[in-house]
Write a protein that binds this ligand. Sequence first.
Ligand code: NDP
Length: 475
Amino acid sequence: EQAEIGLIGLGVMGSNLSLNIAEKGNKIAVFNRTAEVTRKFHAEAGALQNQIVPCETLEEFVAAIRPPRPIIIMIKAGDPVDQQMEHLKPYLSAGDIMIDAGNANFRDTMRRFDNLKDSGLTFIGMGVSGGEEGARHGPSIMVGGTEESWKRVEKVLTSISAKFNGEPCVAWLGENGAGHFVKTIHNGIEYADMQMIAEIYGILRDGLGMSASEIGNVFGRWNTGRLNSYLIEISEKVLKANDPITGKPMVDVIVDRAGQKGTGKWSVIEAQNMGVAATAIEAAVAGRILSSQREERVAAERIFGLPKAERPKDGMAFLADLENALLAAKIGAYAQGFAVMAAASAEYNWNLPMPTIARIWRAGCIIRSQFLDEITSAFTKDPHVANLIVTPAFSKMVKETDGALRRVVSYAALSGLPVPALSSALSYFDAYRRSRGTANLTQAQRDFFGAHGFDRLDGVDKHHGPWGSGLEEFA
Ligand code: NDP
């Protein structure tokens, strides 16, 4: 009996995904650049050994899979994927499907898709979220490619995906780069969500003077309420863990410098390219950049010192404000992420199904939460709404919580505590809901120095101001 699917790349993600595939009753052929890794993986597969065909040459690997062959490539993103595809190509036949399951830039996915068009081979760009644990027991899977190629892999992918109340967290989202684009924005939202949680942690630590474990308790309580989510859940666990070496809270000995691999930055770049304001995600990426400039921050604190943070008068009320502020800001960040996807959907003709995207993020992925179930309902009722914020369910939530966000951002500003993501979400909301903004002045300036013209509120057909040409001065 031939394998139902093949997988190349037995690193952290690939090995766990392979075990998951095998465990769900699918026979799988596996290959890794370094053959020793393949041997070891098979030797340690225990009861699943019979479901796994370890292969040491690509020829043997391809022959082991039932045509048309779906082959998952789960290796280091970038050039290695192109190299691996080139090595694999000579062994494949028409109809075979190469599936890049790494964190690819969707532009690379579009290019790879196009490059294979005339070869008779097809390509799927597949976003996989959930880290190591998700890969092993059920990730959220975002698929982009032809519908026909999706049909070939639907059964296997459905069997291995996470389930939310029994519903599989996998879907075909559209042609070519759709899956990897949605995964990128998932990660962009993840950046914003994590940054906002960290900002709240900063207020609790530096404003309220709470210890790591006390803050862990606060997050633990919040996890039973409207903020219930994987990220809040792990924040509690992380904050309550102690360092085995010093016995101190683990977070207190970790350097405050965050790494990044690019998906947050790509989200921001694509948002900007399409003219969508994704300020909370931008703030989160900028937050990580500033975090990495640790030496400069240390030097600047020597020059400026730190403002004294006054303790809020009513601690309990302020804790409630922090919970609501996080919810309000989170709504802004998710609204922005979905707005970026809506713009991309139009730009690339993907016809992205917003309710489905929210649905497959409810379990398996890093941003999984109760909240995403509410987003699913909101988009199911109104799939083409301009912005999540104005749906009935979310506008109600914003009305209940924006006051708290305002108080928290004010407190942080007065106390010198940085809240770039929380404050940008607040400003985004304030700009979005104000019918009369201030760009009339910007537009007048642009007309003054560049004769760019403006529209009039009264519709009168006169598009330049009484400031002469304004240009002589610069001639
Ligand atoms: P690992 O570092 O654990 O594994 C890397 C794998 O890539 C190894 O199998 C390695 O083979 C292979 N590889 C590297 N370079 C080449 C090459 N030039 N040709 C062939 N094979 C190569 O990576 P991960 O499993 O963590 O990540 C894999 C992909 O999944 C990445 O795109 C990552 O961004 C993405 N991802 C990771 C997540 C995570 O939580 N770790 C979550 C979601 C996506 P060898 O053994 O021979 O070195």
